[in-house]
Design a protein around this ligand. Structure first.
Ligand code: ME8
Length: 518
């Protein structure tokens, strides 16, 4: 039987400059889901990429005196390095300058034109260059761009239009009948009340004032305006309309498009309307997560550096950064990113709670039993409480991950970490060790600790690519079948005779005061 498929995407980012921690946020989240689904046995397609056309990039390239393609090539290569550094497991990377994408966009545009969903007219509107968005007068806020608050220019030009208004009723119906389509639910109401119910206008989908874009195949004065070009990536990346469209047939419709909340509108109105016009199924879900905001002022002298994901990873380690991004803020909400919050999380959850638990467990097994837990064990007080918590955690984590609730999924795992640390205080191994008659009990306590850590390391795999292996190594687990995802729900798997290896501290403590002074 063929495996169940799962298709997840991030937005394709503008390679107009270096990416920052906000872009890493979406990508790390998509990566965690992809890893989780693969561990669950799904055949996953995880897509990310870059949105390379438009006036802004053309202008940046001109400023540097190079061609737009040269400009984006350099930035895209840096983006690919960043994803490698962050151990992002995307299956494909689409660039809107890819030949196949360009051809597919031209075909889509032509088809929509031929069937009357795109028509030629004249556009007059206020254009925000940084956002590459046209606005009507009523949409402006204090005469400025409603998205970014910057100046807009009054522009008039011949343009092709997409008949968005035609799809309004079908869109409303789809959203009302499919409550999972837009998540979190607050964004669903926003789309319905602020955009769909007041009425949709047709949108301009070509430009003549710059040429860094996909040329309209039948009217080369025009280039395809950015959203038609960009949104199509989710199907062109799979070979839609190409000779070999096997991936498209296998993976479409997408299970989820992960996007920041500012582009939910494009993904839940323009994109589904385009798909309706193309007579294609709609993605099952668009999830609009919140923003990472920066605390003004006193973060550090080198504020620019603080939000550079590469610098953070080099400084604090990949797993610590990934953990922080997914743990600190509930996925749908906004949250403030600060160095202090990051360091506090690393110190409390990773160094103190998990890191210590691993070091103490391994050190005690080493000290009391020469590295290997004996077979003769005796159960006792406190065991059942710990064991039942460990046994019920995997199902909870799965349920939360299925809903993209990363932060609560991690907090469930960390409840087990805390409970296990408490178990050490309750059972007091150092007291048991004083009397040889207690050796079988001490062996059981050590076993329960090792077994719990085996499970915890399985469960953190989607979030942290490096730490699980380190934990299993220290516990002396070499047989990978013992740490398969489904083995998290089984108790008593830690192998008799395994020999622990005292290793490096997995999460060193960071001196908060010193770091913030730097
Ligand atoms: O919008 N907090 O590209 P973009 C959280 N090319 N997420 C953030 C963030 C922050 N502070 N800053 C950026 C585009 N992001 C279009 C997309 S898709 C067909 C075309 C993330 O480079 C978040 O996912 O401006 C947001 O939606 C995306 O980066 C915007 O990236």
């Amino acid at each position: 039987m063929s495996k169940k498929t799962y298709y997840i995407s991030t937005p394709i980012y503008y390679p107009s400059g270096k990416l920052h921690i906000g872009h890493s946020y979406t990508t790390v989240a998509a990566d965690a889901v992809s890893r989780y689904k693969r561990l669950k046995g799904y055949d996953v397609m995880f897509l990310t990429g870059t949105d390379e056309h438009g006036q802004k990039i053309q202008r940046k390239a001109e400023e540097k005196g190079i061609t737009p393609k040269q400009y984006v090539d350099e930035i895209v290569s840096g983006i690919k390095d960043l994803w490698k550094l962050m151990k992002i497991t995307n299956d494909r990377f689409i660039r809107t300058t890819d030949d196949e994408h360009v051809k597919a966009v031209q075909k889509i545009f032509k088809q929509l034109y031929d069937q009357g969903d795109i028509y030629k007219s004249e556009y007059e509107g206020w254009y925000c260059t940084p956002c590459e968005s046209f606005w009507t007068k009523t949409q402006l806020v204090d005469g400025k761009c409603p998205d970014c608050g910057r100046e807009v220019e009054l522009t008039k030009e011949e343009s092709y239009f997409f008949k968005l208004s035609k799809y309004q009723d079908r869109l409303i119906k789809h959203i009302e009948e499919n409550p999972e389509f837009i998540q979190p639910v607050s964004r669903q109401n926003e789309m319905l009340n602020n955009f769909l119910r007041p009425g949709l206008e047709d949108i301009a989908v070509s430009r003549t004032t710059f040429n860094w874009g996909v040329p309209v195949s039948f009217d080369d004065k025009h280039v395809v305006y950015v959203w038609i070009d960009a949104l199509s990536n989710y199907i062109t990346a799979l070979g839609y309309s190409a000779q070999d469209d096997a991936l498209f047939r296998k993976y479409w419709p997408a299970d989820v498009h992960l996007v920041g909340k500012e582009i939910v509108r494009f993904h839940t109105i323009i994109w589904p309307a385009m798909l309706m016009a193309l007579d294609l199924p709609l993605p099952k879900q668009v999830y609009g997560h919140g923003w990472l905001l920066l605390e003004g002022g006193k973060m550090s002298k080198s504020k620019g550096n603080v939000v550079d994901p590469q610098i953070l990873v080099d400084k604090y380690g990949l797993d610590a950064i990934r953990y922080f991004l997914l743990r600190e803020v509930p996925f749908g909400s906004d949250g403030v990113f600060s160095n202090e919050a990051l360091i506090n999380r690393i110190n409390s959850d990773l160094a103190n709670d998990l890191g210590n638990l691993v070091s103490r467990t391994v050190a005690m097994i080493d000290k009391y039993f020469g590295g290997s837990i004996p077979e003769n064990k005796v159960s006792g007080e406190f065991d059942s409480d710990l064991i039942s918590l460990v046994k019920e955690t995997p199902a909870k984590v799965e349920e939360l991950l299925d809903k993209l609730q990363f932060s609560t999924a991690l907090s469930e795992i960390w409840k087990t970490v805390s409970r296990t640390n408490k178990y050490i205080d309750e059972t007091m191994p150092w007291v048991l060790a004083k009397d040889e008659a207690n050796t079988p009990r001490l062996a059981q306590v050590m076993y329960n600790l090792a077994e719990t850590l085996r499970v915890i390391a399985i469960l953190i795999q989607p979030f942290m690519p490096e730490t699980p292996e380190k934990i299993w190594n220290q516990l002396g687990i070499t047989d990978k079948s013992l740490v398969e995802w489904d083995k998290a729900g089984e108790w008593g798997v830690y192998p008799v005779g395994a020999s622990v290896n005292k290793g490096d501290v997995i999460f060193p403590r960071i001196d908060l005061k010193k770091e913030l002074e730097e």
